[in-house]
Design a protein around this ligand. Structure first.
Ligand SMILES: O=C(CO)[C@H](O)[C@H](O)COP(=O)(O)O
Length: 212
């Protein structure tokens, strides 16, 4: 399983300071939605420039103009862009077409989808590369998330495309997420809010490695 750090900080300077510390332990660097909104797409270009051996994930959370927004992210340096799974199929198709043109990837974020298994099957048919099971920050704050492991298992049984999990994952839960079939675990606060982000990322990496 790959480890993704979700950089939900509000300045490029803070983001770069964090990444200098944690990048050795992660496979994927995510520019969080608030960071992209605050600093612009240049964060993607900067991440790619300084960390060329990492995959760069743009959490665009696109809801409309799928082709245009995906193209913007890929041109700026992203390897992945996200589109909201609740958006119209034509929006998803636009993002998928752009990803194919650039040889990059689309992740559909299942946040706020009620029938996730049914939507997952449609999204697979539409050509998305990854499905992200995501408990958002507001849902976490209001204790609205159900079991990530059970949900992942249901998705794993329903589709063949890659799965990622995001939302409140930490050292205690990362092995459960991997065992349930995730190909990527995205971790934000458990890394950037830790006393030592580098140590937190190192321990998460160790948990993944020890799972085999
Ligand atoms: O996309 C996000 C919020 O919309 C976050 O990046 C994602 O939830 C992971 O962060 P955390 O581990 O802090 O929950």
């Amino acid at each position: 399983m790959k480890l993704q750090v979700s950089v939900d900080l509000l300045s490029l300077e803070q983001a770069m300071n964090l990444l200098q510390e944690v990048s050795p332990y992660v496979d994927i660097i995510e520019a969080g939605t608030p960071l992209i909104k605050q600093e612009g797409l240049k964060v993607l270009t900067t991440f790619k420039q300084y960390f060329p051996d990492k995959l760069i994930f743009a959490d665009m959370k696109t809801m409309d103009a799928g082709g245009l927004e995906a193209e913007m992210a890929f041109k700026a340096g992203a390897d992945f862009t996200t589109v909201l799974a609740v958006s119209n199929d034509s929006t998803i198709e636009g993002a998928v077409t752009a990803a194919r043109k650039y040889g990059k990837y689309v992740t559909a974020d299942l946040i706020s989808v009620s029938d996730r298994v049914s939507r997952a099957r449609t999204l697979e048919n539409l050509g998305v590369n990854y499905l992200e099971l995501h408990c958002g920050l507001d849902e976490q704050a209001n204790h609205l998330c159900t079991s990530t492991a059970d949900e992942l298992t249901a998705l794993r049984n329903a589709v063949s495309i890659s799965l990622s999990a995001a939302g409140g994952i930490n050292e205690k839960t990362i092995q459960e997420v991997e065992a349930a079939g995730a190909d990527v675990a995205a971790v934000g606060a458990a890394i950037y809010s830790a006393n030592s982000p580098a140590e937190a990322a190192r321990r998460l990496r160790e948990k993944i490695n020890s799972q085999g």
